[in-house]
Design a protein around this ligand. Structure first.
Ligand code: ZN
Length: 353
């Protein structure tokens, strides 16, 4: 199979100016392959040309088998250690006896001489702390930024991410949930490029890899969650140690990351401080709202519901929760925002009156 590599538009002859592509065919420096290529079929795009020359052989080669082995390895790690992994655990992968690290902190992992990245990592640091802000693009899409919007540096288009948008190869998306723990989401696909980032999707852009990768096997252990909600969910559940903040239920498959101010509202940002880990029943009751949480973290049950007589779910699941204090994360920045709690509590009081 011919490899596809992107070649920087700097000809050896030095006749090429930035932004002007060589029209004549000739040797060009190929960065991913670190070699000179004779470009057989130059194609113009983003100040780069694409060559269809095969990449030189060296080290561990990328293959569908290798990527399938990576996904199976992550399945295994999560069965053993739970959903949140350390970098050391993740980077203990080996293929055919050769070690291969799967992630780099806060970045794009493209093994040497590979045209496509193996993983991208989404940091939970704010822009002020040196992180990049990713954005939801709806429909399960996520804009992964590798450069700050306000940066004055020239957009250093990352060739391997750009390449992944062409090849459609599946990769791993590591969500940094906090305390140097990462939750892997896989397979994901790069389906487009933008000025400072790439669009990440949980579905392939073309059907080619849908057949190579058994999507049903990998993505569906939990009820299917869109990638853009996935990051919020991972971080909130991690902060709350996978427990419902009201009843302490610890059954991850029955837990949600509830928004305090819902995401349709302009204050409804996907920050942990706007989230609460809740079981399905309490999430539903909080959204209705049959259940309120006061800014001083006390649970209140709607007066009418308190007076009802029904089975054990009503009595133990709702009525017994009245007056309890919710459990909140240890880290102050993860704790629920009091102003947002007050806003939601106001709605509960208004609708319960
Ligand atoms: Zn609960």
């Amino acid at each position: 199979m011919a490899g596809v590599c992107r070649v920087r538009a700097t000809a050896r002859a030095g006749s090429v100016k930035p932004g002007r592509l060589p029209l004549a065919r000739g040797p060009l420096r190929c960065h991913p392959h670190r070699t000179w290529h004779l470009i057989a079929r130059p194609v113009q795009a983003h100040n780069t040309v694409i060559c269809l020359d095969p990449p030189p052989m060296a080290g561990i080669q990328d293959s569908d088998e290798l990527r399938a082995a990576v996904f199976a390895f992550l399945d295994e790690l999560q069965r053993e250690h739970g959903p949140y992994l350390t970098r050391g655990q993740i980077n203990s992968f080996a293929f055919d006896g050769q070690p291969l690290s799967l992630m780099v902190q806060n970045g794009i992992r493209t093994p040497s001489r590979w045209p496509d990245p193996l993983s991208i990592t989404s940091t939970n640091r704010s822009e002020d702390a040196g992180g990049y802000t990713d954005e939801d693009r709806g429909e399960g899409l996520r804009l992964y930024r590798y450069m700050r919007e306000r940066s004055t540096a020239a957009p250093a288009l990352n060739r391997s991410l750009d390449h992944a948008a062409i090849s459609g190869r599946p990769l791993v998306y590591f969500i940094e949930v906090g305390e140097r723990r990462y939750e892997p989401v896989y397979p994901v696909f790069i389906t487009g490029t933008e000025h400072h980032g790439v669009i990440v999707s949980d579905e392939p852009a073309s059907g080619e890899y849908a057949e190579l990768v058994d999507l049903r096997r990998y993505a569906r252990r939990e009820a299917r969650v869109r990638l853009h909600q996935r990051e919020f969910r991972s971080r909130v559940l991690f902060a709350y140690s996978d427990r419902c903040c009201i009843c302490s239920l610890r059954h991850r498959g029955l837990l949600d990351a509830a928004h305090i101010v819902d995401d349709a509202h302009e204050q409804g940002v996907a920050l942990v401080s706007n989230g609460l880990a809740m079981c399905r029943i309490h999430h539903g009751a909080y959204d209705q709202p049959l259940l309120g949480i006061s800014p001083d973290l006390k649970v209140e049950i709607n007066g009418e519901v308190l007076g009802e007589i029904d089975g054990p779910m009503l009595r133990h699941g709702l009525q017994d929760m009245h007056g309890r204090s919710i459990d909140v994360p240890r880290r102050p920045t993860d704790q629920p925002d009091r102003d947002r709690l007050a806003w939601k509590y106001g709605r509960f009081k208004g609708l319960s009156a």
